[in-house]
Design a protein. Structure first.
Length: 88
């Protein structure tokens, strides 16, 4: 769309992709928030993991490594019921 192209060109013109190493994920996520109607947004219930950080979209779940649950690949993240929810 024209607004997205204008947005992308602006970010490119100020050097954000090269000077600040802005990745496509953040740029696209911001664009979704600015221009896509809420009823068109689909939130996937998968963990977001980067290096040693992970976040599940559902607050009742927590990130655990597959290997900690006996799964494979061992270092991949998965969302599982949190210990605080299980204890309640």
């Amino acid at each position: 769309s024209d607004p997205y192209q204008d947005y992308f060109r602006y970010l490119d013109s100020i050097g954000g992709f090269w000077l600040h190493r802005w990745g496509d994920h953040a740029v696209r996520t911001i664009a979704v928030g600015m221009w896509l109607p809420q009823d068109k947004v689909f939130e996937m219930n998968i963990p977001y993991g980067h290096q040693n950080y992970c976040r599940c979209s559902n607050p009742e779940l927590e990130c655990v490594r597959e290997g900690d649950r006996g799964g494979t690949p061992e270092k991949w993240w998965t969302c599982a019921p949190s210990a605080t929810v299980e204890a309640a």
